[in-house]
Design a binder for this molecule. Structure first.
Ligand SMILES: O=C(O)CCC(=O)C(=O)O
Length: 252
């Protein structure tokens, strides 16, 4: 899957595109089953973390995260190196690609929690324009009811102030969220997509997801890439073991 130059212009202009599916139904079945097996295994090992972003909201909600998913299961490692995915990312940010963050995100039926507004570029701290692209791959049909992603079209023109929700050494995942009086989300748009489809959003696009109020689980992968020629980015990501942030195409 590759975007045309016109589609890239649209991505730059609006801040996101919906693409895919690039995986077959049987591939999605296999990945979905390995996703649940991995969640079960992490739970058994007491390593499954609830990364719900708003500690003040209902304590009974959960967003579970499979962190560095490519290291958690060989199926996910294959996924993140899949040429069909990398072609799409290459057509947005160029031929040298570093995987910077790869998460499985699981919202259980009824009790799946929300993830507050944030911009991925704030986390990664990359000092080059248009160098970050995120792919949010739905493993279940994603709807408003089960906690799909939301974006604010065209709101990726500036970086907003974020607050630190907690220290990442204590609790990982979604430790920043937007806290800026200038941030206007009155045009917030839900991205309802089918299983296998992807939301490709610009690194500066503010996004969030709401609670899962449905009887269906909501599984997804959030796969974040940046231009591997970028050398200046947030220290947290520079000091991670190299295997956490591998170059998956081209070179640095
Ligand atoms: O999957 C979700 O609900 C939120 C994912 C997200 O915001 C992210 O990975 O940056």
């Amino acid at each position: 899957m590759r975007f045309t130059p016109e589609q890239r212009e649209e991505w730059l202009e609006r801040g996101y595109l919906v693409g895919g599916p690039f995986l077959s139904d049987s591939e999605l079945d296999g990945i979905g089953a390995d996703f649940l097996r991995t969640i079960d295994q992490l739970q058994r090992e007491q390593r499954l973390e609830n990364v719900k972003s708003d500690t003040a909201s209902d304590a009974e909600t959960q967003v579970y995260q499979i962190r560095t998913a490519h290291l958690a299961h060989p199926t996910f490692d294959r996924l993140v190196r899949d040429p069909r995915l990398l072609d799409a990312i290459e057509s947005l940010i160029g031929p040298n690609l570093r995987l910077v963050h790869f998460q499985g995100l699981y919202k259980p039926p009824r009790t799946g929690g929300e993830v507050a507004w944030h911009q991925d570029d704030y986390y990664f701290g990359v000092n080059k324009a248009n160098a970050v692209a995120s792919c949010w791959l739905a493993l279940d049909d994603a709807t408003i009811e089960n906690g799909c992603m939301w974006v604010v079209p065209h709101a990726h023109r500036q970086m907003y102030e974020h607050r630190k929700n907690w220290d990442p050494s204590e609790k990982k995942g979604f430790f920043f969220s937007i806290d800026d009086p200038q941030f206007d989300f009155s045009n917030a748009t839900p991205i309802e997509i089918k299983r296998g489809q992807c939301l490709f959003h610009h690194g500066l696009m503010p996004h969030r997801s709401l609670r899962n109020n449905s009887a269906r689980m909501r599984r997804a992968f959030a796969i974040h890439f940046f231009d591997a020629t970028v050398t200046d980015f947030r220290g947290l990501y520079q000091t991670m073991p190299q295997e956490n942030t591998p170059i998956v195409r081209g070179g640095a």
